[in-house]
Design a protein around this ligand. Structure first.
Ligand code: SF4
Length: 470
């Protein structure tokens, strides 16, 4: 089924029946969530650190335009180039122009969700430019002609057996039992790509305005090899990744690995200030930073601005009972899970992603897991409110009547009695012990849920009969 947020219900229905997917999700989310809880609990005061991280991001958002300009000035002063992209098409065009200018034909790329978002790889392929993903998870996704299903662990939806089969088919791997042997084979294959690449690409976990530095955090050496070996480095980063100072980075780097992979620190933290300087033997000769908006300014100007504080750790996905059950592909968007259910409609149009804000039980596990305390449940409710306004006058009238009935005790009681009589009369006439389907226009409720009959005696009546005089 095509990746489309509108298909959420159909995709989720298929995902729930997929036993292999359920096994992969159960293992992946519970491991990641368990490790996160463990390492966060090691901190003296996890809540204080989360608040510090939250305020660092909120301050950055407050000064976003100024910080971006400061970043631009510093990257240029360091010898790099900065390109601004209002949307995905402009970002792709900038990158294609760079490739033409330097005659770039072969690239290697470390993990970046923004390049997924702007659908870069098909555009490069159409222009005859070969680009190889070098993050192991993204490499698997590319070999399988698939999409990432998680913002940190792109192949959370695949089991080891599936990856083995894929490697044997696509990169001539002999049978290996152990994941470490499979990884070693992929690493050897990718080594050739690094050596032959004429440009490298990366995203950016943070941009530090005061020095014009892009930072990526990884667990594989691929980030360093993709950005340091080829003669040209292009970093593609969403504008919300800016933070003012290294002091803020010192706070956030304690939160990101802990929340994402349950590590105190990732294996690599790579920082780029621009091209290699004259006295530096290694590094690219050219450095480009593409700053991507693509709907972020709209979010910035809306009541959902807090969603831009997200550091893309994926903790809310791992903690979410809906994500745990349906997986990332069901959301039909690069950004899945609770935060995806906000940024997808907020960035690209509420109507285009209308089922996503409803894909939540509002249990609050996402907010509790979030290292920067983003109030995801409240934003989901606000999006539902906005979407309800687009349902038309009949829906609005129905909701008003419902609210009126619930706010007036006499009407509420009479309504309950009426519903009890009707449901019990219906069940008596059909001999059923529950209501499998409600009549239109209420039948949408029973498409995916049971509808137990109303109690024959309401609690109010019972109280009057048994307790009132006591
Ligand atoms: S919303 Fe919070 S928990 Fe979810 S990915 Fe963003 S920072 Fe992580």
């Amino acid at each position: 089924m095509a990746m489309n947020p509108k298909n959420f219900v159909q995709s989720a229905t298929i995902a729930i029946e997929d036993i292999t997917l359920q096994t992969a999700l159960e293992r992946g989310t519970s491991n990641a969530d368990g490790r996160r809880r463990q390492v966060m609990a090691e901190l003296d005061d996890p809540y204080a650190l989360r608040m510090q991280g939250r305020h660092a991001k909120l301050r950055a958002l407050h000064d976003l335009p100024d910080l971006l300009e400061q970043m631009e000035r510093n990257v240029i002063a360091n010898g790099g180039h900065v390109l601004w992209a209002a949307d995905a098409a402009e970002a792709r065009q900038h990158i294609l122009n760079i490739c033409r200018k330097h005659d770039l034909k072969r690239g290697v790329k470390s993990k970046s969700m923004v390049t997924e978002e702007i659908e870069l790889l098909p555009a490069l392929e159409a222009a005859g430019i070969r680009m190889v993903e070098t993050d192991l998870g993204e490499y698997i996704v590319q070999l399988a002609d698939d999409h990432p299903s998680h913002i940190v662990m792109p192949v959370m939806h695949r089991t080891k057996d599936e990856v083995r089969e894929l490697f044997m088919e696509k990169i001539a791997m002999p049978y290996h039992e152990e994941a470490s042997e499979m990884t070693a084979h992929a690493r050897k294959t990718l080594r050739e790509e690094f050596l032959n690449a004429d440009f490298g690409m990366s995203g950016g976990n943070f941009m530090i305005a005061e020095t014009g530095t892009v930072v990526i955090v990884t667990n594989e050496g691929n980030g360093r090899l993709s950005t340091g070996m080829p003669p040209v480095h292009i970093a593609v980063v969403g504008i919300e990744k800016i933070i003012p100072t290294w002091e803020d980075f010192a706070t956030l780097i304690q939160l990101l690995p802990r929340s994402a992979t349950g590590q105190r620190l990732t294996v690599y933290v790579n920082m780029f200030n621009g091209p290699a300087r004259i006295d530096e033997p290694d590094g690219p000769q050219e450095f480009y930073l593409v700053l991507v908006d693509n709907g972020r300014s709209d979010v910035y100007a809306s009541e959902y601005v807090e969603a831009l504080a997200c550091i893309r750790c994926g903790a809310c996905l791992n903690a979410c009972p809906v994500y745990q059950t349906v997986g990332g592909h069901s959301y039909g968007s690069v950004y899945s899970g609770p935060i995806g259910a906000i940024v997808t409609p907020a960035m690209w149009g509420k109507e285009r992603a209308s089922p996503l804000p409803f894909a939540s039980s509002l249990c609050g596990a996402c907010k509790e897991a979030c290292p920067v305390e983003i109030n995801i449940p409240d934003m989901l409710i606000a999006l539902r409110r906005d979407l309800a306004k687009t349902q038309g006058p009949v829906w609005e009238l129905g909701m008003k009547a419902w609210r009126f009935g619930n706010a007036h005790p006499l009407l509420f009681e009479m309504g309950g009695k009426f519903a009890s009589k009707v449901t019990h009369a219906y069940m008596q006439s059909t001999g059923a012990d529950k209501l499998d389907t409600l009549p239109p226009p209420l039948n949408g409720w029973t498409e995916h849920r049971d509808f137990p009959p109303f109690a024959e005696q309401s609690f109010h009546d019972w109280w009057r009969q048994n307790r009132e005089d006591k």
